[in-house]
Design a protein around this ligand. Structure first.
Ligand code: ZN
Length: 378
């Protein structure tokens, strides 16, 4: 992830555009997204390179099985949009979900209750925060914007792209394995003019800067990724075949689909394994894999959940909020800890009443050898 932090206010239109016309009108095609980033997790001194790399790789990924809530603004009116535009976003969420990923998306009526707050703010262009960074944003501010018509093929790709950021994916054209050599003066000149009117800093941050290899899964470059911009002729020097421009196919590429399923695999059917008091559960997990358990409190008291071993883990305790006979609702996060980069273990305390049923989720962030860690409740 890039290291620049951007002030997360609703009005920080990082891609201020002067032609903030109707998104139902004619937009030039090459109007770009701006990726909104917060400061990355500070890595304590002495964390080994290999460990730090893996921790950066999965820093902003959601716990698998999470339900991400999203909502559209009804006011101010210049942040609301016609139904067709909202439907394009809904369809894009559904398209990601249809890959079979373990994340769920749930539209709620009020932005006050949403993790992803979507404004159709034309001057701001299209933008989104990355993955769980969304949770750190001031609840009064939006987290995702759209600045042009989403009912065109380009708009459809834009909607998929911003949701790609929201589930944790960075820009693919900044993949260092891509080895794109830019005609930098041409890139600054092009992006500095309409419709983007970007500052040099914004252009550097969104295009020229190479992302740390860790955040792109050390993978080879995918010029057809939905996370890749389209580029006009004259901006890319190398590879030479893109001197006349680069146009991704549009929509989700084969590798986008593979990655999404890798990071958020389909959820296993059936209830998770039961966790008993004082009995450690071995974690046979590789980095970025997750184990889910179920715990029913035998008595009313405060319980400690803790991981053991040298691994770096995210530990979360959630509770389903659905009432009897209703559809499963959004699980409530009761407690959450992340020992990534620290010489301690994830540990949380939760007060439960007799019979309370909770889910215990452990996501592996770094482990030397799978099978050398465990989780226990006591
Ligand atoms: Zn983007």
């Amino acid at each position: 992830m890039a290291t620049r932090s951007k002030k997360p206010t609703a009005t920080s239109a990082s891609a201020a555009s002067t032609d903030a016309g109707s998104y139902l009108g004619n937009r030039v095609t090459l109007h770009y997204c701006t990726m909104r980033t917060v400061a990355p997790q500070a890595m304590p001194a002495g964390v080994a390179d290999k460990r730090a790399k893996l921790l950066l790789l999965n820093a902003s990924k959601w716990l698998n099985g999470s339900t991400l809530t999203y909502a559209f603004y009804n006011s101010p009116t210049n942040w609301s949009a016609p139904t067709a535009q909202k439907n394009a976003v809904r369809a894009a969420f559904a398209e990601w979900k249809a890959l079979g990923i373990g994340l769920n998306f749930n539209e709620v009526s009020s932005v006050a209750n949403a993790q992803i707050r979507i404004a159709f703010d034309l001057p701001a262009g299209s933008s989104s925060y990355i993955g769980t960074d969304n949770l750190t944003i001031d609840p009064a501010a939006y987290t995702m914007t759209f600045g042009w018509d989403l009912t065109t093929p380009y708009g459809h790709t834009t909607a998929l792209h911003e949701i790609g950021h929201a589930i944790g994916f960075p820009h693919e054209h900044q993949n260092p394995k891509g080895g794109i050599v830019w005609d930098e003066p041409a890139v600054y000149a092009s992006l500095g003019g309409p419709p983007n009117n970007w500052s040099r800093a914004t252009t550097f941050h969104n295009i020229i800067e190479k992302i740390s290899p860790d955040t792109v899964q050390n993978s080879s470059w995918d010029p057809n990724s939905v996370m890749h911009y389209q580029f006009e002729a004259g901006l890319i020097l190398k590879p030479a075949k893109y001197k006349n421009g680069l146009t991704p196919k549009g929509g989700l590429s084969a590798r986008d689909k593979t990655w999404a399923r890798k990071f958020y695999p389909p959820l296993p059917s059936g209830a998770p394994a039961k966790m008993a008091l004082f009995q450690s559960q071995p974690l046979k997990l590789a980095a970025n894999q997750q184990a889910d358990f179920q715990f029913v409190a035998p008595t009313s008291r405060s319980y400690t959940f803790r991981t053991f071993g040298t691994a770096d883990t995210v530990l979360a305790i959630t509770q389903a909020t659905a009432k009897k006979g209703t559809k499963p609702g959004v699980a409530k996060m009761l407690a959450h800890d992340d020992d990534g980069g620290h010489e301690r273990n994830s540990e949380v305390q939760v007060k439960l009443k007799k019979g309370d049923k909770v889910q215990v989720k452990v996501r592996m962030r770094f482990v030397e050898k799978a099978g050398e860690s465990a989780v226990m409740v006591f």
